[in-house]
Design a protein around this ligand. Sequence first.
Ligand code: IMP
Ligand code: MG
Length: 170
Amino acid sequence: MGLEVLIPEEKIAARVKELGKQISRDYQGKTIHLVCVLKGAYTFLADLARAIEIPVTLDFLAVSSYNKGTSTSGAVQLTKDLDTSLEGADVLIVEDIADTGLTLRYLYNMLKARHPSSLKVIALLSKPSRRTVDVPVDYVGFEIADRFVVGYGLDVDQKYRNLPYIAAVD
Ligand code: IMP
Ligand code: MG
């Protein structure tokens, strides 16, 4: 499997810092409750949380989209739920990538029903040309072309999550 560096470590770090500053301004005076979508968003969550300069709480959930390799089947299933209630919280869903949008739409609707005070979405990456459902993504790190990417938390068959950069697979 060939890997081509698409977004180097330094570029990710600079963008995450920028996002942290923007979010800190947008949520001034509030506490943000970050909801990390496991497993892919774990690296992004760790860096983003440290780039945010206002109070933060965090929780984790996991979904499986029955995908093996590089294609998604479309059926999303919650495999690990949050530990705490979202009632009255300013919730920001932290996702690795918005591809078709199915996962984010599923999560958005599920979490909206739990009565947070506000609900927004951040995705490190977005592939706009792949979107099949409409879902609001409030913050995007990088828009990328329709290529399968790994690293910085993202995997192919559970591998390459530990790469410090984002690489395209061919
Ligand atoms: P969606 O539901 O089609 O938007 O896909 C979302 C999920 O598919 C993400 O959370 C990723 O886990 C996975 N995914 C989509 N594109 C890629 C990719 O290029 N590399 C690795 N995982 C991906
Ligand atoms: Mg995945």
